[in-house]
Design a binder for this molecule. Structure first.
Ligand code: FAD
Length: 539
């Protein structure tokens, strides 16, 4: 995958321009390109830089939505979950979860059993993964550190974990493979309007400041929390259509919070569900999430001390002996749920998650709401709506139910692992390659083989020079955050955010992207500040 050049953008008309390179925009560009439409995907920062790298990282039905009787939403999400398992097996991992029941919770074993039975049945995985109900003794045998007092039991069920940023990136790659042009670090700063209709966009590149106008038959706005600001480029009077809520996660060490299975429990403050999830690869547990109204700038969403304390109080209810304080927090992140403004009187956690599509007078379509899990279905809906509202002729049906994401060739993965072992790639490194890139890890292996220097480990999470070069040349990495937040996730899971070796990594990027000495220093300073801002325990 490579960035579109000005030459590829000038003097032509795309069928569609998709604004926003989160999961929704990426899936929309992929759906449209697979149907044979000419598409440009434009992202102002990096792919997945918004909400799509700051979720709970679950592909799930959303068990908690059953408490608000959103059966249709849960059933659709579960079917999408099963599809994601098929089209992205390298990015989806089935995991057990314990839904804990303590005295005083609104639900008891009978209601939970009913809910989980619906969950199993609606996903169609009845014979593969069925829930079971555990009594308190069985729960404590499995997780001996959980609070025993008041424990009535738990429901043991299955959901799917993913790496949200990598899922988005592989979806962008899928769009590019299908013929879409893609751009990151390029913001839409204006709309081209002709006879009252939106016929293109003005794009301003983040680092050079250069602008270019690009034409299209239709423009789709998939900018999630930023959606209203894009609509107002066309008509300043458009009212707020969103009611964003902020969700925060914190990260603690497993040695401080000994938990082997992901759990759901209720917050002692407001009875909302909170979920501590042990990482599968790293010695950390992440705990989410808060759900509070957010009125500020979507570019500046960070965890506050109160968010952190709320999550710590819930965690300490689950394992009181952990006695977690802010000093135990080794990482955190915050994101905005791009929720559609609800009917008056709904509380934030009762706001529906389903997406909605608005068509403005200038013909621009905007999609908001939804979930990471339902990205494929949302994209299909948006492209179907665009095709009919723009009158695009003879467009094929969506194929995304069946076409797998790049890297999903499971048979090839076994061969790549064998070849990598033969080439002397250590076990941990080759496993991390296939977890991130699936069968596309073969391209990383080529760089490893090409030059012995490329075998050097330059950063956290087994980042070799071979992988860094691959990421610059094939995944459009342009900044330290592109690399360490969204490509390798060192920001999320490393206690120091991957700052070890930052100078060495910056040297490599400076020569390959390339950067000036001033930009190199700005990148280092900016990344250090970001890490510090998200580690309340380090102050
Ligand atoms: P975003 O990912 O925010 O993407 C919008 C993009 O538009 C951004 O990258 C932004 O930079 C770009 N943009 C903005 N302005 C411009 C411009 N002028 N020009 C070009 N680009 C622009 N869902 C699940 O299914 N499972 C979960 O576990 C889950 N957990 C969640 C936890 C939290 C805390 C939150 C907040 C959400 C969670 N969700 C989850 C929901 C899910 O993450 C979101 O629905 C989804 O990521 C939204 O994706 P999006 O592409 O619509 O928006």
């Amino acid at each position: 995958m490579r960035a579109a050049t000005d030459k590829e953008l000038e003097n032509r008309e795309f069928d569609l321009i998709v604004i926003g390179g989160g999961i929704t925009g990426a899936a929309t560009a992929r759906d449209a390109a697979l149907r044979g439409l000419s598409v440009l995907l434009v992202e102002k920062d990096d792919f997945a830089a918004g909400t799509s790298s700051r979720s709970s990282k679950l592909i799930h039905g959303g068990l908690r939505y059953l408490q608000t009787f959103q059966f249709g939403l849960v059933a659709e999400s579960l079917q999408e979950r099963e599809r994601m398992l098929r089209i992205a097996p390298h990015l989806t991992r089935i995991r057990p979860f314990l839904y804990l029941l303590y005295r005083g919770y609104p639900e008891g074993p009978v209601l939970l059993n009913l809910g989980l039975t619906f969950y199993d049945a609606a996903s169609g995985s009845w014979f593969k993964r069925r829930h079971s109900m555990l009594n308190a003794r069985k729960v404590l045998e499995r997780e001996p550190h959980l609070a025993a007092e008041g424990l009535r039991g738990a429901g043991l069920f299955f959901d799917v974990q993913t790496d949200d940023a990598r899922l988005t990136l592989q979806t962008v790659k899928g769009a590019a493979e299908a013929g879409a042009r893609v751009l990151n670090h390029a913001a839409v700063t204006g709309l081209i309007t002709e006879n009252g209709k939106c016929r293109g966009v003005v794009i301003t590149r983040q680092f050079s400041g250069e602008s270019i106008s690009v034409r299209a038959k239709g423009v789709l706005n998939a900018t999630g929390p930023w959606s209203d600001s894009i609509r107002r480029l066309g008509a300043a009077s458009i009212p707020n259509s969103l009611r964003p809520t902020k969700g925060v996660h914190i990260v603690v060490r497993k040695s401080d919070f000994p938990l082997g299975t992901a759990i759901y429990l209720r917050s002692p403050d407001d009875n909302r569900l909170v979920w501590p999830i042990p990482s599968l690869e790293d010695d950390v547990v992440y705990i989410g999430t808060t759900d509070t109204d957010f009125m500020g700038d979507p570019d500046e969403v960070i965890p506050t001390q109160e968010d952190v304390r709320y999550l710590l109080r819930a965690a300490n209810c689950a394992i009181p002996t952990a006695r977690l304080t802010e000093s135990h927090v080794v990482g955190s992140w915050a994101g905005l749920r791009p929720l559609v403004a609800p009917n008056a009187g709904l509380s934030t956690s009762a706001t529906p998650r389903e997406h909605s599509i608005a068509v403005d007078e200038n013909g621009m379509l905007s999609i908001t709401g939804g979930k990471l899990t339902s990205n494929r279905a949302m994209a299909k809906h948006l492209v179907d709506t665009a095709v009919s509202s723009l009158g695009l002729a003879k467009v094929a049906r969506s194929t995304t139910k069946k076409v797998r994401l790049p890297g999903a060739d499971g048979d090839a993965v076994a061969g790549i692992l064998t070849e990598a072992r033969a080439a002397g790639v250590p076990e941990k490194i080759r496993q991390s390659w296939v977890r991130r890139y699936g069968s596309e890890a073969s391209a990383v292996l080529e760089y490893w083989r090409a030059d012995a220097h490329n075998r050097e480990i330059v950063g956290a999470r087994e980042l070799t020079l071979a992988e860094l070069i691959y990421l610059v040349e094939h995944e459009m990495v342009q900044s330290l955050t592109d690399l360490l937040v969204r490509r390798t996730s060192a920001f999320f899971w490393e206690v120091n955010g991957g700052l070890d070796g930052i100078e060495r990594i910056a040297d490599e990027l400076a020569s390959r992207v390339p950067w000036s000495p001033v930009r190199r220093q700005q990148e280092i300073d900016g990344y250090r500040a970001l890490v510090e801002q998200h580690r309340p325990g380090s102050h």
